[in-house]
Design a protein around this ligand. Structure first.
Ligand code: CAA
Length: 283
């Protein structure tokens, strides 16, 4: 199964990062979103990241231009007709993702793999929206994509071995480390990470310590690069809440109950770094 042409659906923070590492690895990349200005914004972030690499003399101007020349802007899912793999990185909403998968299944060539970057939603259910469940797989990148080494590869119930192998090889070509996981809510990464973040929010809610103290304990005591509340702001509090709800609903266990303070912040529109305010304020 030869992968050369990639389509990334969603040009936001995750989608643009995925597109960047694919183009850097030599793939031709269709970067797709609903509107051209969103695609252009994603490309602008990529250009900035590449310029930084040039400044740090890790890449020369020609290499940068070569990478940028591998992008094709797309606002039509029909462009999936040119792809060997489509990596969906749209909004974390199962209904929307299932609709995208249904459409991609119509347009993508028969051999094409349909992958999703979902952080916790069921791969098997998305696969069921297509007539090729054996070619559907999870490819969960971490934020910031250009920096983080892990790709959690999630097998749906019907995922073929050949598809898994092809995605594993592609991940290695992206200079990332693949880790195989089965399809359960939150997979491994968010099943372990989000309850820790949620517990950090509870310690703040219950007045155990200040936000700065909670973050300092985890940074200095556990050697985490960011404290859990800073990390929650970085991920987005709406995303954290959504993943906790997915775990709570998926396992039906109260140990995954989202902290009321997390709900309150999301209701206030305090979504973290992207909205300018979360547990901390950003200027
Ligand atoms: N895009 C590209 N590169 C970036 C970047 C971005 N958004 N942010 C930072 N970098 C690069 C910097 O350019 C720098 O590169 P060089 O070393 O080559 O100069 C390097 O990363 C380190 O950056 P900084 O020195 O500015 O800051 P730092 O040392 O604090 O590192 C960090 C920043 C890598 C984000 C680090 O704080 C970290 O690892 N934080 C935790 C991140 C994490 O846990 N991510 C997973 C989130 S969960 C998730 O993604 C899954 C989900 O489903 C929710």
């Amino acid at each position: 199964m030869q992968i050369e042409k990639v389509m990334v659906v969603g040009a936001g923070q995750m989608g643009s990062g995925i597109a960047q590492v694919c183009a850097q690895a030599g793939y031709q990349v269709y970067l797709n979103d609903l509107k051209e200005d969103i695609v252009e914004k994603g490309l602008e972030v990529i250009r900035k990241n590449l310029n930084r690499q040039v400044q740090k003399e890790r890449m020369n101007e020609d290499e940068k231009e070569g990478i940028l020349a591998r992008f094709i802007k797309s606002t039509d899912l029909k462009d999936a007709g040119n792809a060997d793999i489509v990596i969906e990185a749209a909004v974390e909403n199962l209904k929307i993702k299932m609709k995208i998968f249904e459409e991609l299944d119509q347009y993508a060539p028969e051999h094409a793999i349909l992958a999703t970057n979902t952080s916790s939603l069921p791969i098997t259910e998305m696969a069921a929206a297509t007539k090729r469940p054996e070619k559907v797989i999870g490819m969960h990148f971490m934020n910031p994509v250009p920096v983080m080494k892990l790709v959690e590869i999630i097998r749906g119930l019907a995922t073929e071995d050949e598809v898994y192998q092809a995605v594993e090889e592609m991940t290695e070509r992206l200079k990332k480390v693949p880790v195989e996981v089965n399809d359960f809510p939150g997979f491994v990464s968010n099943r372990v990470l989000m309850p820790m973040i949620n517990e950090a929010v509870y310690t703040l809610y219950e007045g155990v310590a200040t936000k700065e103290a909670i973050d300092e304990v985890m940074k200095l005591g556990m050697n985490h690069p960011m404290g859990p509340l800073t990390l929650a702001d970085f991920i987005g509090l709406d995303t954290c809440l959504y993943i906790m709800e997915t775990l709570h609903e998926g396992f039906g266990d109260d140990k995954y109950r989202p902290c009321p303070l997390l709900r309150k912040y999301v209701k206030a529109g305090w979504l973290g770094k992207k909205s300018g305010r979360g547990f901390y304020e950003y200027v």
